[in-house]
Design a protein. Structure first.
Length: 206
């Protein structure tokens, strides 16, 4: 076609980059439309993707509790940990508040239901940066769990302790007493992060 005819009908040569741009725009629109259902998830879609939700109960202002159950439906274990969210409040802090914690523990399992204290009551074990103090009774056990960091000079202190010998007063076995509301006082100044309550005669279902 000669130039005079092209000018008369308004003919424009095709732009080779225009088609590529159009394809990219169409592709972007398809991606956005396909992504919408992924973010607009329903409860059933969330459960299908991430599994069934875990039961969490707010048993005090700053403490959450997750229970496990035995085959007969009774609670076999409760795990208490710091509450993070409320209807209008976010809670910060990784430790359980001791006064509130002891009030909750004495309410959930009163002293008269715990049975007699067992050997090793209130002993603390260490391992892998985690420590747990166990208060074991005949019917139920309480484990206060927290993390720790060893000081850089721990080896020097350990060698000194071996050379001088242990403090007999410090390691003397405490006399067994009846269960009371103050049984967890030894953990008052520890940075407790989780407390596990386990009923000794109720195996949890697998």
């Amino acid at each position: 076609m000669n130039s005079s005819v092209q000018n008369a009908v308004g003919f424009v040569e095709p732009n080779p980059t225009c088609g590529g741009l159009r394809v990219r725009v169409i592709g972007l629109i398809i991606f956005v439309l396909s992504a919408v259902p992924t973010f607009a998830q329903t409860a059933s879609e969330v459960e299908r993707r991430y599994g069934k939700s875990v039961s969490v109960y707010a048993i005090s202002e700053h403490i959450w509790m997750t229970p496990d159950y035995a085959e007969d439906g009774q609670v076999c274990r409760m795990r208490l940990y710091p509450r993070r969210l409320g209807p209008r409040t976010d809670y910060l802090g990784a430790q359980l508040l001791f006064p509130e914690l002891t009030e909750v523990l004495n309410r959930v399992v009163p002293p008269e239901l715990r049975g007699s204290k067992k050997d090793g009551f209130g002993q603390t074990s260490l391992g892998g940066g985690t420590a747990w103090t166990t208060y074991q009774y005949e019917n139920v056990s309480f484990s206060f769990i927290f993390t720790y960091k060893l000081p850089p000079d721990i080896l020097e202190k350990a060698e000194a302790a071996v050379l001088t010998g242990p403090d007999s007063e410090r390691f003397r076995a405490s006399k067994k007493t009846s269960p009371s509301l103050k049984d967890f006082t030894a953990s008052e100044n520890l940075p407790t992060e989780i407390v596990a309550i386990t009923w000794n005669h109720r195996p949890c279902k697998q």
